[in-house]
Ligand binder design. Structure first.
Ligand code: ZN
Ligand code: ZN
Ligand code: ZN
Ligand code: ZN
Ligand code: ZN
Length: 283
């Protein structure tokens, strides 16, 4: 009997051991399989993350570059000035570096810089001080003379002249060099477009224009004329060498085409009634 029991015990223990080994091996296999899947999944995830990260980094650097270039262009737009001579090629000028360029600087990209027209040489509408030849700032109503502040003060510091009254000579807010001849109401009350010269001018002064700047900012016909280089050259040649100069002059003196409401600050030209004659002291 005890022998039978002993055999049974050994047999059952052996069987249990067998089962345990079997279960263990199944579990091991399962675990190993799981580990492999987990590992490959992790690797896949890592790869995807790396790809995404690279894409995001690329996007970010693109955005950064775009923002940087746009800011640089906006800054250049506010710094550079495009000068448009009456006859001749327009050029770009950087007042900080004093560099002139006859091609549009690349830094501007799609933007246009502030633009100023230059009056015909010798026909600048400037008033100089009768005493020192510097730009005049005031006009004495009694002396009927234009002078700079310094000369005016030294001339009017004593005697009867102390009672003289003076009128400030208005200057163009755009070129700050010629005498203002036109006051544009529309330019005062409307917001300027981005990148236009008007944006750079103090709000209160936006209406004060010399003829050159007024036409440059308002007359689309004049702008078109400036754009056609060949036409400009032709005009110059005709003006210089031909008997048709009078006709061309008539053409240049045609009425200014603009929807803005403006007033003449000085008498306008008798010939065309739209451009101002040069500044004269009050009679
Ligand atoms: Zn002076
Ligand atoms: Zn005086
Ligand atoms: Zn001006
Ligand atoms: Zn205007
Ligand atoms: Zn005229």
């Amino acid at each position: 009997m005890s022998q039978v029991l002993e055999w049974l015990e050994t047999e059952s223990l052996g069987r249990v051991g067998l089962f345990v080994t079997r279960i263990q091996s199944v579990a091991r296999r399962h675990l190993a399989k799981k580990t492999v899947t987990v590992r490959s999944q992790a690797r896949e995830e890592q790869r995807t993350n790396a790809r995404l990260f690279a894409q995001v980094a690329k996007m970010q650097s693109l955005v950064r570059m775009f923002v940087y270039r746009f800011r640089a262009a906006r800054k250049a737009q506010r710094t550079l000035i495009q000068y448009c001579p009456h006859f001749g090629e327009p050029y770009w000028y950087n007042p900080h570096t004093q560099v002139k360029s006859w091609t549009k600087p690349k830094v501007l990209r799609h933007l246009d810089s502030y633009s100023l027209a230059l009056p015909e040489e010798g026909l600048e509408n400037v008033v100089n001080c009768s005493y020192c030849n510097k730009p005049a700032e005031v006009n004495c109503n009694e002396c009927e003379d234009s002078m700079c502040r310094v000369c005016y003060d030294s001339m009017h510091c004593k005697g009867a002249r102390l009672k003289h009254r003076s009128t400030k000579i208005p200057h163009c807010a755009y070129c700050k060099f010629q005498v203002a001849t036109k006051a544009c109401l529309t330019c005062i009350i409307t917001d300027p477009a981005r990148g236009t010269m008007r944006e750079s001018v103090m709000e209160a002064d936006r209406g004060h224009y010399c003829d050159t700047c007024f036409i440059h900012e308002h007359d689309s016909g004049e702008k078109a004329l400036n754009l056609h280089k060949q036409r400009r050259k032709d005009l110059k040649n005709i003006l210089a060498y031909s008997s048709q100069a009078y006709l061309v002059n008539q053409y240049l003196h045609q009425r200014i085409i603009t929807s803005h409401h403006f007033e003449d600050m000085v008498q306008s030209c008798e010939e065309c009634n739209s451009r101002s004659s040069t500044w004269r002291c009050q009679d």
